[in-house]
Write a protein that binds this ligand. Structure first.
Ligand code: KIV
Length: 266
């Protein structure tokens, strides 16, 4: 008799690193996409604050609110049976102090069925990670390019401060983060960080030596409306598929081909 595969936990992420099994992650923001990703067998789904860009049409992630993240996380949490679901803490939901961060991250676990949060961690944020972990909230720490700090960083550029990144990785691991997301750093540096920590690293634009990879779903499916980042690969061209289907629908309605008899009631 076939049994449903056990849900992926943060502990399983750690075991996968030890066993040398690559971890696969994508973003998702709604029920159908999260369900498809889960059924396709991805190990982790991130409800990313990238939704501000790919769903809402903003040019940065900064406008995403806590309320919006909870709204999308609820849909994703409802859809997923196997993958570990991580929810991004949006800009200014955790920067106002530990109390505010605990309150907001706690809402994710209480209201959404999702299991963990992700924080963009600049230097000296290990204390915050530790406070969340001590409260029983699993934390994925996001290092390297931190899109919420785009104005401070002066753009979306590759991050190369080896010493700082090694230090920050060790600090967030020490604070109890269960995984470290590395965005846009040189491949050799990502390999060095990956070898220097016990928790898994999940890369995006960080080369092949991370313990896992994450991609923004819209990039992976060919749904990017602007420029696709260099580190992203489109595995299909849904933009063209969707446009062609919609153009054909319009044509068939205009020509009286749709609806046909089989789409009509007597
Ligand atoms: O919000 C997001 O999509 C991210 C990416 C780095 C995966 O954080």
């Amino acid at each position: 008799m076939a049994t449903a595969e056990a849900p992926i936990t943060v502990k399983r992420f750690m075991e996968m690193k030890s066993a040398g099994h690559k971890i696969t992650m994508v973003t998702a923001y709604d029920y159908p996409m999260a369900r498809l990703a889960d059924e396709a067998g991805v190990d982790g789904i991130l409800v990313g604050d990238s939704l501000a860009m790919v769903v809402q049409g903003h040019d940065t992630t900064l406008p995403a609110t806590m309320q919006q993240m909870l709204y999308h996380a609820e849909m994703v949490g409802r859809a997923v049976r196997r993958a570990l679901v991580v929810v991004d803490m949006p800009f200014m939901s955790y920067q106002l102090g530990v109390r505010e961060a605990l309150k907001n991250a706690g809402r994710v676990l209480k209201q959404t069925r999702c299991q963990a949060v992700k924080l963009e961690c600049g230097p000296n944020q290990a204390e915050l990670v530790a406070a969340l972990v001590q409260a029983g909230i699993p934390v994925m720490a996001h290092l390297g390019l931190r899109p919420q700090s785009v104005h401070q960083m002066g753009g979306y550029s590759v991050q190369r401060d080896r010493q700082q990144l090694l230090e920050d990785s060790r600090a967030v691991q020490q604070a109890g983060a269960f995984a470290i997301l590395l965005e846009c750093i040189p491949a050799e540096l990502a390999a060095e960080i990956t070898a220097s920590v016990q928790v898994p690293t999940i890369g995006i634009g960080a080369g092949p030596h991370c313990d896992g990879q994450i991609q923004v779903l819209h990039d992976l499916l060919g749904l990017t409306l602007g420029r696709r980042p260099r580190h992203a690969k489109a595995y299909t061209d849904l933009k063209t598929t969707i446009q062609q289907a919609l153009a054909q629908y319009c044509q068939e309605v205009r020509e009286g081909v749709f609806p046909a008899l089989e789409h009509s009631f007597r």
